[in-house]
Design a protein. Structure first.
Length: 268
């Protein structure tokens, strides 16, 4: 699995398949393996590049001096430069969409298509921001995600009706429980503060290419509800698709629907 040094730290990514390039941006607290069903299908027709966020998967710690999601967009562009990829499509879920929209605004001529999934590029509503920051304070102090906090954090990512004993749910819970203190304090918590303390780029969404953009959202997404997806799609003037029977990690809760929609959109 390849690495590139960005801002002094090792940045890990998957690079699989051949053809036009599709860059996948993952959710906070998940690594590139969350895209496994889509990577398998897309890499038959495309060259798929999927990133591990700082402190996630096999990527190194958050680089010194990172303050904004613009830094993530710039780093993703630096990876594309390193790989000598000029033009590509971008599919970003959650924070992947937050920095993905910024990348599209930074380098519009390099984007062939943009899919924003279960994401929102406006500011975090103040009560939610304060709530998440209080969770970060608890994690920072304890150097772990304690059991009671896991009971709060894990369900956020899934539709309300999911079986808590399902492998998807249990595997994610176990991954969070196993995160070492150093990684939480050096990368996960400060990156979370950057994500949930982000600035508002909603006013810039009309600058995006509406014909080449698609907004998708799980119909039962709690942290990024469908109303936010609709708001963004209307500002862009692009199509808007609800993913049935899915929460925040919609690509894993309804992988067949998402994969089919992505293949159709990228083909067109």
């Amino acid at each position: 699995m390849p690495f590139v040094t960005l801002d002094g730290q090792p940045f890990h990514y998957l690079d699989q398949g051949q053809g036009p390039v599709v860059l996948l941006g993952s959710s906070y607290l998940w690594d590139h393996t969350m895209w496994a069903p889509q990577i398998e299908a897309l890499s038959r027709h495309y060259r798929v590049i999927a990133l591990d966020l700082w402190g996630h998967g096999q990527s190194g710690r958050l680089p010194e001096g990172m303050t904004s999601l613009d830094d993530l967009a710039r780093q993703a562009l630096a990876l594309m430069d390193h790989l000598e990829v000029d033009c590509f499509s971008l599919v970003g879920l959650s924070v992947g969409g937050m920095w993905g929209a910024r990348l599209a605004l930074m380098a519009p001529k390099r984007l062939e298509a943009l899919v924003l999934m279960d994401t929102y590029v406006g500011v975090e509503p103040e009560p939610t921001r304060q709530y998440y920051f209080s969770l970060f304070d608890t994690i920072q102090a304890s150097g772990s995600i304690p059991e009671p906090l896991l009971d709060i954090v894990v369900p956020i990512f899934f539709r309300p009706g999911i079986d808590p004993q399902s492998p998807l749910y249990q595997q994610f819970r176990a991954t969070l429980a196993a995160l070492p203190a150093e990684r939480l304090r050096d990368s996960i918590v400060p990156l979370g503060r950057i994500i949930f303390g982000r600035d508002d780029i909603l006013p810039r969404l009309p600058e995006l290419n509406a014909r080449r953009t698609l907004v998708m959202c799980g119909d039962q997404d709690k942290p990024r509800p469908p109303s936010e997806a609709l708001e963004m799609a209307e500002l862009i003037g692009c199509p808007h698709l609800l993913i049935p029977e899915a929460g925040h990690i919609s690509n894993l809760e309804n992988p067949e629907f998402v994969t089919r929609a992505l293949l159709e959109f990228l083909r067109n």
